[in-house]
Design a protein around this ligand. Structure first.
Ligand code: HEM
Length: 233
């Protein structure tokens, strides 16, 4: 997806993510989609056909938890990189109180936003909590994981406890998928955002419109690219 000229400073390219941050993000994103598809195939018989994408029922049962391990490891990386910029600030509450203007695209009524707005921070923290819940309950539903937990904590899980773990796992997955849909929708809906995670850059106009406080800081610290003569793609 290309970036668009949002107004002032559109000829300026501002770095938003390093190459390693983008690779980290896309490992999380790809493993999330694979977990979603493999998880749904295990969730209900009507969705069993999805296991065909992974080579059948037995393979998907084996593969799903391992993809979960990949996601957890990659997510820890994402968490450590981004948590400081997702800490709540006073202006987040003002932004949330004016969510009507956010949805209408009336940015002039919104407070200046740092690297992330309150919506993005909500996605960040809720996914962080959900990944932990999915991992802990997932361990209980995975034979080697359960064996390890029982040995480490010297206890024997009951059938009822495992049923509750399955219920929490499925519920957390539904919430995580819903939040993921909102995340992807926002990335597409706010024009010029996608290139942040693909090419690593946004236009100055995008920064000015959506994350002005962040843009000011980047410009002060000279993190912007040389202004380009050609219009931003
Ligand atoms: C195919 C799916 C996905 C797409 C298209 C996508 C797209 C994007 C884009 C464009 C950004 C840059 C936003 C900005 O800098 O303003 C971003 C940031 C981010 N994404 Fe994704 N993403 C996807 C999946 C995921 C998943 C599954 C997770 C986690 C479970 C995730 C977590 C994040 C985080 C933590 C950030 C940084 C924003 C923040 O920390 O608040 N993304 N994503």
């Amino acid at each position: 997806m290309s970036t668009h000229d949002d107004g002032s400073g559109a000829h300026l390219r501002v770095r938003r993510y390093s190459g390693s941050a983008r690779i980290n993000h896309w490992i999380v994103a790809i493993s999330f989609v694979l977990l979603l598809l493999s998880g749904l195939s295990l969730f209900h018989p009507s969705l069993y056909w999805l296991s065909g994408l992974f080579g059948g029922g037995a393979t998907v049962r084996w593969l799903h938890p391992w993809i979960g391990v990949v996601l957890v490891v990659a997510f820890i990386g994402l968490f450590l990189r981004f948590f400081a910029q997702n800490l709540p600030e006073r202006t987040d509450w003002v932004w949330l109180a004016r969510i009507r203007h956010v949805l209408k695209g009336d940015d002039e009524y919104l407070p200046e936003v740092g690297k992330y707005n309150a919506g993005q921070k909500f996605v960040f923290w809720s996914q962080s909590i959900l990944v932990v819940i999915l991992f802990i309950t997932g361990l209980g539903l995975w034979e080697p994981g359960l064996a390890w937990v029982e040995k480490t904590f010297a206890f024997k899980a009951t059938i009822d406890q495992l049923r509750i773990a399955a219920l929490i796992h499925a519920s957390a997955a539904v919430i995580a998928i819903t939040i993921w849909i909102v995340h992807v929708y926002a990335a597409i809906w706010v024009r010029g955002t996608f290139s942040a995670m693909t090419r690593g850059f946004v236009t100055g106009g995008w920064g000015w419109r959506h994350h002005r406080k962040w843009l000011r800081k980047e410009v002060d610290e000279h993190k912007t690219d040389r202004p380009r003569v050609t219009p931003a793609e």
